[in-house]
Design a protein around this ligand. Structure first.
Ligand code: 5BU
Length: 452
């Protein structure tokens, strides 16, 4: 292979770096613009590039190789072909249907994954990709980058303990271009000044603690659930999907000390009786300091919901601290829930749910503005000030045969910044219900602490 300098000049001919005045996404004016995508259009150059990158790396360390989408995908593919390290593909967004997989290809949890990136600036996309790759159980120790713009990203990742290997840095290529008279002294000076003064601080989006959320929370029930979480060091909601009053009360007694709320589907209780079911349940809620959450999933016009909420045989408004409701009927449909905090459903945990991005964005506007709503159920991150409730949590199962999909507490706290997990069968089907409630409480609390 030719020298690194000659190789760079070959690449440069493809127009990968332009000099002038460019306004970046951040609004900053930059004297250069980098786009390495043309490299993939020259097979010989791509192949050489792959070998240059491989040469820098301790290859025995890696089980799989993955490019940060999209520009680095052909580079990672070429590296895989040259080294026989198997390739995996990370999606930019998890598929909304089908397998919901974030990473495609063959890999096992615990394997070490080499990450490939074309250009590193602030390090933001790498930090996000690393989190996603690690959330699939893979380890990341090394990252290889074609060009370092020298704006802070490399240091950030090194401080986090990753080995970052870069083939070229911007000051190095500016030096090469000056040597071959592509840039004047003056231009070089201007570029170096820009580099020196433009370290981009990338602030990672931090989740808020329960204490911080409590400060911002206006709704009395929202406050209450946060206070209980802090007092009991628990963020666990147990779903009591049992069908008799006896089972319900026994379950509440066993899990009560470990939960912030007990979630009911009151209409599946076959022997429901206001005095025999609700009164003792309320006593248990007081005794063990937990809230009652009726998972009614309202979804009608306001007038009908009001009748369903206040009347019928269940009189939900008399006892439920929290209710779940769709917001599909619009903002005003939520006005009727005067006595309870509403948890709005943006998207459900089941496979193939129809709530697309657009629906969720519109629903989120209602969540953020309706005074009766304290939080929401969603399968993706929501703004830090919104309380996020996550059902579909199970430590030992990936799903059932009716479309339910499970994640672990670790996954949802780390990746979604969840506030409260909702666990049904993981607890009520366990051989030892109380032991299982304790386990879920501990795992979820630790996952919360880790996500801070
Ligand atoms: P599971 O046994 O952990 O799968 O029970 C989950 C509970 O949460 C069950 O009562 C569902 O009705 C409820 N749930 C859910 O699973 N997914 C959702 O999106 C919503 C509620 Br909203």
């Amino acid at each position: 292979m030719e020298s690194k300098k000659e190789f760079f000049l070959e690449c440069y001919k493809l127009g990968i770096i332009k000099f002038g005045r460019f306004t970046l996404k951040s609004g900053i004016e930059s004297p250069f613009y980098v786009d390495l995508r043309p490299l993939a259009s020259e097979p010989k150059i791509l192949k050489h590039l792959a070998n240059y990158l491989l040469e820098m790396l301790p290859l025995d360390n890696f089980d799989v190789i993955c490019g940060v989408p999209y520009a680095a995908l052909p580079m990672a593919t070429a590296m895989s072909l040259e080294s026989y390290i198997p390739l995996i593909i990370k999606r930019k967004e998890a598929k909304e249907y089908g397998t919901k997989k974030l990473i495609e290809g063959i890999y096992k949890s615990g394997q070490n994954c080499l990450l490939v990136e074309d250009v590193i600036t602030s390090g933001k996309s790498l930090v996000e990709t690393i989190a996603e790759v690690e959330s699939e159980g893979l380890k990341v120790s090394d990252i290889v980058v074609v060009l370092d713009r020298e704006q802070g990203g490399k240091q950030l990742l090194q401080e986090k303990g990753y080995h970052v290997h870069t083939l070229f840095s911007i000051s190095e290529v500016v030096e090469i271009l000056k040597e071959v008279d592509h840039l004047t002294e003056e231009e070089v000076l201007r570029i170096n000044e820009f580099i020196a003064g433009n370290k981009i601080e990338f602030k990672e989006e931090k989740r808020l603690s329960y204490e911080q959320k409590l400060e911002n929370c206006e709704h009395s029930v929202g406050k209450k659930i946060l206070e209980i979480a802090i007092a009991k060091q628990s963020n666990l909601i147990a779903s009591a999907d049992v069908t008799t009053t006896k089972e319900l009360l026994e379950f509440a007694e066993q899990v009560g000390p470990h939960i912030v709320a007990l979630k009911t589907h009151i209409d599946i209780i076959s022997d429901f009786d206001s005095d025999k079911t609700i009164l003792p349940l309320k006593d248990l809620a007081t005794k063990h300091n937990f809230l009652l959450m009726e998972d009614r999933k309202f979804g009608d016009i306001g007038n009908t919901q009001e009748l369903q909420y206040r009347g019928g045989m269940y009189k939900i408004s008399h006892w439920a601290d929290l209710v779940t409701s769709h917001v599909i009927a619009g903002y005003q449909s939520i006005d009727c829930f005067m006595n309870s905090g509403v948890i709005a459903i943006l998207s459900m945990s089941s496979k193939g749910a129809l709530t697309d991005q657009n629906y969720r964005a519109e629903a989120l506007k209602i969540v953020e503005t309706h005074p009766n709503i304290i939080g929401c159920v969603a399968q993706n991150k929501v703004p830090a000030n919104v309380l996020l409730f996550t059902p579909g949590v199970n430590i030992s199962s990936k799903g059932d045969d009716k479309g339910q999909q499970y994640n672990t507490p670790e996954h949802v706290f780390k990746n979604l910044h969840t506030d409260f997990v909702i666990v049904g069968r993981g607890i009520y089907k366990a051989e030892n219900v109380e032991k299982s409630a304790k386990l879920y409480k501990l795992e979820s609390w630790n996952a919360y602490l880790k996500s801070l």
